[in-house]
Design a binder for this molecule. Structure first.
Ligand SMILES: Nc1ncnc2c1ncn2[C@@H]1O[C@H](COP(=O)(O)OP(=O)(O)OP(=O)(O)O)[C@@H](O)[C@H]1O
Ligand SMILES: [Mg+2]
Length: 276
């Protein structure tokens, strides 16, 4: 490994830290969380086993791993949609008991409300929270500008491309001003060019809004392009295999030595057939 690449990638000393070793100041603490799915026939699948993970305020954490390693399960537990069957999750000092506007969500399938306009979708959360019409209008305009969709406010989701729909979904997730943005393979269905554009936009949003982001992907290059930190999960049951802080300079060029060194290391960690 060259001096430049080793300086760019700093390993965490304790990738599989015990829950009691997690820093108390972390915004998100996954304390030895596990999850076992039980089917109606009584079959059990252990999706995750004792994952301990602390995410600091402002971090852009990419959860990387092959299909079935438990990425979505972990994200859904942080979101409050899935309850851990062991351990617990604490966000902002509070044990997660269910979903909260403090955790914004963006999924792969856009999941916009088709009967609402773009502006209506973005204003939905603030409307539920009882914000005034004037506040909603200002906020919606600001967020649509932020994602480059100022001119599309009155259109309906069905009139937008996939990339545009996903930008609306990001604006909608930001509308409740959540401390944390949880994203599950949000760009997986997009073509490479649109995906690159949305990645750059998300980095800008992270920079400007200083949100903490947990971003699930099985795309190695995407994790390196985005993350300030990459946590690799391996399956059966899902566990943390690697926890790497990424200090490569931005923009991160695929052709740089640091990028390639890290790519190969991550590909080895999750299996060479994962190389994309
Ligand atoms: N509702 C469910 N009932 C039973 N088993 C489930 C359920 N959801 C997920 N699983 C199992 O739990 C494991 C982890 O699934 P999960 O969806 O979290 O993986 P993932 O890493 O997000 O995969 P992918 O990359 O394909 O989205 C898998 O073995 C999966 O089959
Ligand atoms: Mg998944």
């Amino acid at each position: 490994m060259s001096a430049a690449s080793s300086a760019a990638v700093i390993e965490r000393p304790t990738p599989s830290a015990a829950a009691q070793d997690l820093p108390a100041s972390a915004l998100i603490r996954c304390e030895a969380v596990g999850h076992v799915y039980r089917s109606t026939l009584g079959d059990e699948t252990q999706a995750l086993a004792s994952v301990s993970l602390a995410v600091a305020d402002g971090e852009f954490l990419c959860l990387l791993g092959p299909s079935g390693c438990g990425k979505t399960t972990l994200l859904n537990m942080i979101a409050g949609f899935v309850t851990p069957t062991s351990g617990r999750i604490v966000v902002g000092g509070r044990s997660v008991e269910g979903p909260s506007p403090d955790r914004g969500l963006v999924f792969q399938d856009y999941s916009l409300f088709p009967w609402l306009t773009v502006a209506g979708n973005v204003a939905f959360g603030p409307r539920m929270a009882g914000q005034s019409a004037a506040n909603r209008k200002t906020l919606t305009a600001e967020l649509l500008e932020l994602v480059g969709l100022g001119a599309a406010a009155d259109r309906y989701p069905s009139e937008l491309s996939g990339g545009m729909q996903q930008r609306v979904a990001i604006a909608r997730a930001l509308a409740t001003d959540p401390a944390v943005l949880l994203m599950d393979e949000p760009f997986a269905a997009l073509d490479a060019m649109t995906r690159g554009a949305l990645q750059r936009q998300l980095l800008e949003i992270h920079e400007r809004k200083r949100k903490t982001i947990v971003f699930v992907t099985h795309n190695i290059a995407e994790a390196i392009a985005l993350g300030t930190r990459i946590v690799v999960l391996t399956p059966h049951p899902g566990r943390i295999a690697e926890d790497i802080r990424v200090d490569l300079p931005r923009p991160r060029r695929r052709t740089s030595n640091g990028f390639n060194t890290l790519y190969e290391r991550l590909a080895a960690a999750i299996g060479v057939d994962m190389a994309d």
